[in-house]
Ligand binder design. Sequence first.
Ligand code: DAH
Length: 336
Amino acid sequence: MLEKIKEIEAKIEQDILNIKNSEDLENFRLKYLSRKGIISELYDSIKSISIEERPSIGKKINELKAYCQQVYAEKKKILEEFSEKKSEQIDLSLPGRRKWLGSLHPLTQTLKEIKLIFQRMGFDVADGPEIEEDYYNFEALNFPPEHPARDMQDTFFISDKVLLRTHTSPVQIRVMERTTPPVRVIIPGRVYRNEAISARSYCLFHQVEGLYVDTGVTFSELKGTLVSFAKQFFGSSLKYRFRPSFFPFTEPSAEMDITCFLCDGKGCRVCKQTGWLEILGCGMVDPNVYKYVGYDSEKYTGYAFGMGIERISMLRYGIDDIRILFDNDIRFLKQF
Ligand code: DAH
């Protein structure tokens, strides 16, 4: 009899593990705890054993019954809790969760727009390496060996001849090396400068370079293209001017200013009281540059330009600190 009780106890232990839902639980109850269940049968069989043995066997059966009731109750509780949770998960009366939409970074938005404007005017998009050779960043762009821009102060050198590009102009050389004119490209990309970080300058920023080389390209085409760009980007009522300037790789060179749209040319903090905002550098490609790429400077002329995306975005959105563009502060980014 004791043997049998032990066997039943082991069976209960096993069965309890297989209870996965309320149906299993009910079958368990019927099997062990109902009036016709195994434990009732045990009580019935007490009659067939000797009177001396009855009290101890009875006690064992009582213990078995208590154990069985306990595990049954525990399992029941677990199943009930589980089914409550489950119904919570599919509460159809809950309002839907709002999905937050991401937005493009202001620099990406500016860049996309600039690209689109130039693509509509027939420019292709090219790119080049950010880790660049001295040759492309300076030499082939007609920087003389002692030019101050080659100074360690401004350039992150990786080795004697390798550096982080300080502008996107080296890609002009790379594109011309592999293309015969006509060449008409814009080159967006990241550039690096070893400058003290402040509200106005950061150690990295973005530029868009432009290059157009063909037979008979003139300065007035350069002006026409850039004015058209500026009007599309900043608004058609804008006033502009070209000031003479200097870049080693263009001759003649110029910088383009537009009237300050914050004060409409009257003078304010953003335009430093001048009424004008400089937006880009440009010029006719210096014939010396053509020598490096094997173009015939008697046959071809062209223009180039370069602008800073941060500067243009800051002007456009009225941002007064460049660093905020790199902070990834969600409160700032959400506004775009
Ligand atoms: N590379 C110049 C800079 O970083 C910008 C520039 C000026 C690019 C004149 C040009 C250009 O292509 O023609 O300051």
